[in-house]
Design a protein around this ligand. Structure first.
Ligand code: FE2
Ligand code: FE2
Length: 376
């Protein structure tokens, strides 16, 4: 009798081996081992028969929009909600997948926006893990902070890793502003909460204890000073974690001083706000300002139960049996007129491009198709 081991490895064995090598490599996640790690992550996904390893190719095809070539492109990754790696490796895999997607873009984006909520509970190890993974992006990264990164130590670790959360810069004729829009009124001191209790309260969202997100007096004054010398004809793009409008208060799909921030942007010919936090396709236009939500790499949210901005192309409820459905990453095409095409690279569905013509015409032109689930 032949006692030799079978030469064909079962799918399960292969999956477990790949998963082990992924976890081993995670213990030393430098740039060299990352290539192995992300290959293993893609292998795990492929072994489960879920998805192709790279999903950015169809997005590139979707870029071919009428109305001329963009001046430049950005990529975005947002809301990864990382736990420490021995608690949950699924979200780690998802963030690495997004890094793979962006690294596969050809040509490379001018920079990558990280949209906040890198960590789940603001722990140093969560933020450090996220920083390590994001180091593997080939393009430069611009960071934005989310409430899950902030309320354990009020941003101390985040600042140590990434610098100040409020800043601006100019790039190819566009003025970019990054805000910390997740400030809250002090609900913790009077209640004698520990930092952990404060963090868990904010992470709980719908609890009636925390206050609404806000940009706050100090930062709004900074914004007014920052924008004062910028000509009205200069395109302005603002990155904020929460939407800079009021959609659904109980989940903080909301910024309390949104109207005041909008008023500061009112005089610009082309103003765009790109936000995280909502984890879904979400489009709005208020006056001259277009607002676009970003996809998350973890936890797609349901839509707010009290109605959506009419321009929103709804993505439908994620498939609960597919952990990547409803998640993804994406890019922005910035046109010479300063208006923006927003591309949603959904991992399990066809990509959706919200063109500048669609938003500027209040939905009368270029209505995109609804994102369909991939059949498999
Ligand atoms: Fe989030
Ligand atoms: Fe958030």
């Amino acid at each position: 009798m032949d006692h030799k081991k079978p030469r064909v490895t079962s799918i399960e064995t292969k999956h477990m081996k790949e998963r082990d090598s992924l976890l081993r490599a995670l213990h030393n996640l430098d740039r060299r081992s990352f290539m192995k790690v992300s290959a293993a992550a893609a292998g795990v996904v492929a072994a489960k028969g879920l998805l192709p390893p790279h999903t950015f190719q169809p997005v590139t095809v979707a870029h071919a929009q009428p109305g001329g070539e963009p001046a430049f492109r950005l990529a975005y990754i947002s809301d990864s909600h990382l736990y420490e790696r021995d608690v949950n490796d699924r979200f780690v895999n998802a963030l690495m997948r997004a890094v793979d997607d962006v690294n596969a873009m050809d040509p490379q984006p001018d920079f990558v926006l990280y949209g906040g909520d890198l960590a789940q509970l603001g722990k140093a190890k969560e933020l450090e893990l996220g920083a390590q993974i994001l180091k593997n992006l080939k393009a430069p990264v611009r960071m934005m902070v989310g409430e899950h990164d902030w309320f354990l130590d009020m941003g101390d670790k985040w600042r140590e890793l990434f610098g100040e959360p409020t800043y601006s810069f100019d790039h190819k004729g566009v003025h970019f502003v990054v805000l910390n829009s997740i400030l809250e009124k002090d609900f913790w001191t009077a209640r004698k909460m520990t930092p952990e209790q404060r963090m868990l309260t904010v992470a709980g969202l719908d609890n009636g204890v925390q206050s609404r997100f806000m940009v706050g007096d100090e930062q709004r004054a900074w914004l007014a000073r920052d924008l004062a010398p910028v000509a009205a004809t200069t395109p302005v793009i603002v990155f904020s974690h929460s939407p800079l409008y009021k959609l659904y208060e109980p989940w903080n799909f909301w910024t309390d001083d949104a109207e005041q921030v909008q008023a500061t942007l009112r005089r610009f010919r082309a103003a765009t706000v790109i936000h995280g936090h909502t984890h879904q396709l979400l489009t709005n236009r208020i006056g001259n300002i277009s607002f676009h939500g970003m996809l998350s790499t973890a936890w797609p949210w349901p839509y707010a139960p009290e109605g959506l901005p009419p321009l929103t192309i709804q993505m439908g409820r994620p498939d609960p049996f597919n952990p990547h459905d409803g998640c993804g990453d994406g890019s922005l095409a910035i046109h010479p007129d300063g208006l923006v095409d927003k591309i949603y690279g959904l991992w399990n569905r066809n990509p959706v491009t919200i063109t500048r013509n669609y938003t500027a015409s209040q939905g009368k032109k270029d209505r995109p198709d609804i994102p369909q689930r991939r059949s498999y």
